[in-house]
Write a protein that binds this ligand. Structure first.
Ligand SMILES: NC(=O)c1ccc[n+]([C@@H]2O[C@H](COP(=O)([O-])OP(=O)(O)OC[C@H]3O[C@@H](n4cnc5c(N)ncnc54)[C@H](O)[C@@H]3O)[C@@H](O)[C@H]2O)c1
Length: 384
């Protein structure tokens, strides 16, 4: 294996920007075992993808991912397209011997996710899934504290991912609101993050669920222009075929009960991912809107005035912080993507499979699928 990794990025929307920044930044911040070349970015619109290549620093632009995946001079395929295309691209890339980084959700169905997980297991290449929040330092730290027993036995978990970009009835029918492209709505998009995060933090899996999903606004103007996540619509309307909101309960493998909420209708909440894990000896709490902070409670401390301690997770000894700024100089949303690239490149160099694996992605898909089944059957408990 050479000391250079030539990367192909498939897609150039929101995640295209985030991943481009990460591929550019990670090697400048961390001492990576391999050099990175941002070789080619792929999209279907020749002019737009050429502009993205120029803006974000890719050597070339291309319009057919199949040609790119077959090229001998590409080592890594990074997939940042909507969920319905992940399986075809990832399976082709793995078959061609490429390392793959795939955005979440792994796929839009359990069957597709299983095929991807099987392809990853059969390949000697590295396959990693983009549940990026695992690499927010405060959350990585929280996982370490829980694994070290700092909060004792996990008894209860509350996880909520709340956005409000669909409150406006004029928000258009984009691919995120179409089942054939997105697979699911808030449940699959941000609910998947919440499920992954709870499993990551606790080291336990969700074994059964009971819940309800709901579509509040059933028809929306068909998208005519893409601006940010929501876009603009015209005079024609179409059916929304995914959920707007999902609320469910999950039983974890260690016995604890977890509550989950995933919504695009939480008026005033822009991108609030909050999680609280309550244990026999303490608790941790986190909110993405204050992503440098972890709140830690130690109930064994003999202190009448104790409460949750606000820890600013920017010390050099905290996860991923060694490469960044002096303590207290805050990190943002984009840093998790650089950490993802760092871990992926180190895994490729060592040959050790990094997490989240495609198997883990398929398991999250099973949890989401069980929530849909539960909702369709009067919210009864459904085994994952
Ligand atoms: N990790 C995270 O926190 C996070 C955040 C947002 C989105 N995502 C995931 O990233 C993926 C992309 O989401 P986004 O927000 O960037 O969407 P987006 O709509 O902004 O961009 C999607 C891109 O894919 C391109 N595309 C679509 N089909 C294609 C095809 N067949 N071939 C080539 N290009 C194609 C589009 O032209 C566009 O450039 C989704 O799976 C989404 O769930 C992850």
């Amino acid at each position: 294996m050479t000391d250079k990794l030539r990367v192909a990025l498939i897609g150039y929307g929101f995640m295209g920007a985030a991943h481009s920044q990460a591929w550019r930044t990670a090697p400048r911040v961390f001492d990576l075992p391999k050099d990175i070349e941002m070789a080619v970015i792929v999209g279907r619109n020749e002019e737009a993808v050429a502009a993205a290549a120029e803006k974000w620093g890719w050597q070339e632009a291309a319009t057919d991912w199949r040609d790119v995946v077959a090229r001998d001079d590409i080592d890594v395929v990074d997939i940042v397209t909507p969920g319905h295309s992940h399986d075809e691209i990832a399976i082709a890339a793995l078959a061609a011997g490429k390392h793959v980084l795939c955005e979440k959700p792994l796929a839009n169905s359990v069957a597709d996710a299983d095929r991807m997980a099987e392809a990853a297991r059969a390949s000697s290449a590295i396959a990693m899934l983009g549940f990026t929040y695992r690499r927010v330092p405060a959350l990585t730290r929280a996982r370490d504290l829980i694994a070290a027993g700092r909060i004792g036995e996990v008894r209860q978990v509350r996880a909520a991912y709340r956005q409000d970009w669909l409150v406006d009835p004029a928000a258009p029918l984009s691919w995120r609101l179409k089942k054939d492209e997105a697979g699911a709505g808030a449940l699959g998009d941000i609910g998947g993050h919440a499920v992954d995060l709870v499993q990551f933090l606790t080291g336990q899996t969700v074994e059964k669920v009971a819940g309800t999903i709901e579509t509040i606004t059933k028809r929306r103007p068909i998208e005519t222009e893409r601006v940010g996540i929501a876009g603009r619509g015209g005079d024609e309307y179409g059916d929304v075929t995914v959920d707007d909101l999902a609320i469910f309960t999950g039983r974890l493998s260690g016995g604890a009960l977890a509550s989950f909420e995933a919504t695009r209708f939480a008026t005033g909440r822009k991108n609030q991912l909050s999680v609280e894990v309550s244990g026999s000896e303490g608790a941790i709490a986190f909110d993405l809107e204050s992503l440098n902070e972890l709140h830690v409670y130690d109930r064994t401390a003999d202190d009448l005035d104790q409460g949750f301690t606000r820890v600013v997770v920017t010390e050099p000894g905290h996860p991923y912080l060694s490469g960044w700024w002096p303590a207290g100089h805050m990190l943002g949303y984009e840093h998790g993507f650089s950490h993802q690239v760092k871990d992926l490149v180190e895994a490729i160099a060592s040959g050790d499979q990094p997490t989240p694996t495609f198997d883990e992605g398929a398991q999250v898909q099973r949890v989401l699928d069980a929530v849909e089944t539960s909702s369709a059957d009067d919210s009864r408990w459904v085994a994952v």
